[in-house]
Design a protein around this ligand. Structure first.
Ligand code: FAD
Length: 372
């Protein structure tokens, strides 16, 4: 994130301005419960396709037919849950700027369709969600889902206006999740998080530039770092359990008068037969076939889910064997992830990748247990 963009955001939002990193006295690592990576603890391994656009997510309104307005809202890559409230607000604003019609068809019932639908019903629109797949069978259910702006765009493909817009959406979304963390129905909670690195991250997503997104942020490098890494970023972050969360969103949407219908649309033309005057395209990766957006591509990710383990209440991300590794704790499971297959459409399970993850997490668990 560009420092200037974030400083102006901070000023606009009344958030505390970034402070220079504080020099810390050397302190030993926290005593953390050792993760048990024994293969007998595996519940399942799943693969999903992140809807990635190097040039960033799309929010745009256009005339669709003489009768209908179309609002696009898709392409959130590896950060759809993270960004959902912020970009839904952008989509609602684009819609209300383009038309005063109140009857809306939202296409898609992943986190983007549900959040957009909910924002619309809250503002008095009459909304029906149409989707081929409903939770728990969407990509959104596969998500980690850790609050973090990773895999949302490629830095060389986006401009400063996009970064500024994205920054506003990120802040707005983080704020929305903070409120949800106070209500146990949503499956949103704070965890202690660690980014472990051998080289400081090039794109300082966890940098002190934006402390309000990473409360308690501390960077330790060189001799001050722990567990054999060159650097450790420590902070608190929000975790979202997608199964609980999406079910809660559906209940809230229907409770507020929204309707959900199962339907598959083969072509964009099929949408013109809907009676609604506004169509909101929240089809994720489906937008590629439906609207011919070839800039949208899959980034395959595989997760291995372990039985829950008492005491595992921290998350980490790191690199391993040329790829990455992450571990996220849930109330009912432990999520092991870290694969990114750009352009890979397969959702078959890759057992070699599962082995790589178990090996990497087990090595890291040993380092953490040694406590140096
Ligand atoms: C392994 C993995 C880990 C991830 N981890 C994280 C994370 O830690 N944090 C984070 O924020 N994000 C994470 N993500 C990314 C996140 O899952 C996505 O960005 C998000 O789910 C996109 O949501 P969506 O609603 O756009 O798409 P989807 O959840 O795919 O929903 C699309 C909806 O559109 C419907 N649809 C599509 N085409 C049609 C059609 N032609 N007709 C009718 N309906 C249609 C589908 O049936 C579905 O209901 C991860 C993703 C993966 C795969």
């Amino acid at each position: 994130m560009h420092r200037r963009a974030f400083l102006s955001l901070a000023a606009a939002g009344g958030a505390a301005l970034a402070l220079p990193p504080v020099a810390l006295a050397r302190s030993g690592p926290p005593q953390l419960e050792r993760l048990n990576t024994d293969p007998t603890r595996i519940i399942r391994t799943v693969a999903g396709l992140r809807p990635f656009r190097a040039a960033g997510y799309v929010v745009r309104a256009e005339r669709f037919s003489r009768r209908q307005t179309l609002v696009h809202h898709y392409g959130h890559g590896g950060a759809g849950v993270t960004m959902s409230w912020g970009t839904a607000a952008e989509a609602v604003q684009a819609l209300e700027t383009a038309t005063s019609e109140r009857s809306c068809a939202v296409i898609g019932c992943g986190v983007i369709g549900l959040t957009t639908g909910l924002e619309l019903v809250r503002r008095g629109h009459e909304v029906t969600i149409y989707a081929e797949a409903l939770p728990p069978y969407t990509t959104s259910n596969i998500a980690g889902a850790y609050w973090g702006i990773a895999g949302l765009y490629r830095r060389t493909d986006v401009d400063e206006p996009f970064m500024a817009r994205m920054g506003v959406a990120a802040l707005r979304s983080h704020r929305a999740f903070q409120h949800l963390a106070n209500d146990p129905r949503y499956g949103v909670y704070w965890v202690q998080a660690f980014d472990l690195f051998t080289r400081p991250p090039a794109d300082p997503m966890g940098a002190p530039d934006m402390p309000w997104l990473y409360p308690g942020f501390r960077r330790r490098t060189g001799p001050d770092a722990w567990w054999g890494y060159e650097g450790v970023d420590q902070f608190h972050q929000l975790m979202i359990d997608p199964d609980i969360y999406l079910r809660a969103l559906m209940a809230e949407f229907e409770g507020a008068g929204g309707r959900i219908r199962m339907a598959r649309f083969e072509t964009a033309r099929d949408l013109s037969r809907l009676r609604e005057r506004v169509i909101v395209n929240c089809t994720g990766l489906g937008a590629r076939a439906l609207f011919g957006d070839e800039a949208l591509e899959p980034v395959r990710g595989q997760l291995t889910i372990l039985l829950p383990q008492p005491g595992i209440d921290y998350a980490y991300t790191t690199s391993f064997e040329g790829g990455s590794l992450y571990m996220f704790p849930r109330r009912g499971a432990i999520v092991l992830g870290g694969s990114h297959g750009r352009g890979n459409w397969s959702t078959d399970i890759d057992l070699a990748d599962q082995d790589r993850m178990l090996r990497g997490h087990s090595e890291l668990a040993m380092r953490i247990a040694q406590g140096v």
